[in-house]
Write a protein of this length. Sequence first.
Length: 116
Amino acid sequence: VQLEESGGGLVQDGDSLRLTCAASGRTFSDYAIGWFRQAPGKEREFVAAFSWKGGDTQYADSAKGRFTIFRDGIQNTVWLQLNSLKPEDTAVYYCHAKNQLGEGYWGQGTQVTVSS
């Protein structure tokens, strides 16, 4: 599966963004889909994800109440809505897909920069 993220940008403290992850090659229903992010000088960290078959969602503590992951199975697209953004949310955001064999795939990332 090929993943392509978009929707990042430069925003101010408190603003919102919607990130898009579009898949090609396979249907998202065969994968567990998630969003991760990596800030400069830091490890890549988990943000939010759907479980297998999209039944449940999980969020990092830093994302709870502000970010929402949602999907459209027909369009094979997953979005990450980012609300009440803070400067510490500045990072490259990556979409990740993992199949039941444990094989993982990453997109190229989209930059989110939040100014104070």
